[in-house]
Ligand binder design. Structure first.
Ligand code: FE2
Ligand code: FE2
Length: 215
């Protein structure tokens, strides 16, 4: 992967952990999803950010999250994905919806209150649950039998891009998870949970796109 010519969307969905590297260098990932690093960084920036590019290259070459699943049978990987991502996402989103409702009701007058968050999370949950159900009921049983159908895999990959788009709108709504000083415990818990969800769903997508859907 030539890092400079790759869009931020491709980077975050193919390299688990890359979102944290980009964020730690104050790159505004979600408002620049379609831009490549070359388009985003001017020449002086490229020198300034060479450290970051090295870190992204290292992660891309030697990604533990992906490498540990390269050689295991796909039946095993499916079990891992269902337990560690599908079941976990349902739990994360259900919890996040409850916390968002609490924050929205208690702090509706606060200027930083993410009004509409619980509804938006419900919409994300509906899309994601329907996607995961299609995988669990149709695609994963086929892959378990050694069948890798192009059409359904293409549709799932398109839906992964939709999830990243939704994640992008979510991050704008929650002010990129920036907490203000007087945030209450529920608010803090909610943003921590959403940060974990963001990292998990990107790893989930990377595992499916790069390993499970390839044969
Ligand atoms: Fe999945
Ligand atoms: Fe998926």
């Amino acid at each position: 992967m030539n890092m400079n010519d790759t869009t931020l969307c491709e980077i975050i969905k193919n390299i688990p952990g890359s979102i944290n590297v980009l964020k730690s260098y104050d790159i505004n990932v979600y408002t620049n999803l379609r831009k490549t690093l070359n388009e985003l960084l001017v020449v002086e920036d490229v020198i300034k950010y060479s450290d970051m590019i090295d870190k992204l290259n290292d992660l891309s070459r030697d990604n533990k999250e992906l490498l540990k699943f390269c050689d295991i049978p796909h039946q095993e990987l499916i079990k891992h994905i269902i337990t560690n991502f599908h079941i976990k996402h349902r739990d994360q989103l259900n919890q996040a919806i409850e916390l968002a409702k609490r924050v929205e009701i208690t702090h509706y007058e606060h200027p930083k209150c993410p009004i509409g968050l619980s509804d938006f999370l419900e919409a994300i949950a509906n899309e994601l649950y329907s996607h995961m159900e299609k995988e669990e009921q149709i695609l994963f049983p086929m892959i378990s039998q050694g069948i890798y159908p192009d059409g359904p895999i293409f549709v799932m990959e398109q839906e992964h891009d939709d999830h990243i788009q939704a994640l992008s709108s979510l991050m704008v709504l929650v002010n990129h998870l920036e907490l203000h000083e007087d945030a209450c415990q529920s608010w803090k818990k909610l943003y921590l949970l959403l940060e974990q969800f963001e990292s998990d769903i990107l790893t989930h997508i990377a595992l499916e796109n790069n390993i499970l859907f390839k044969h």
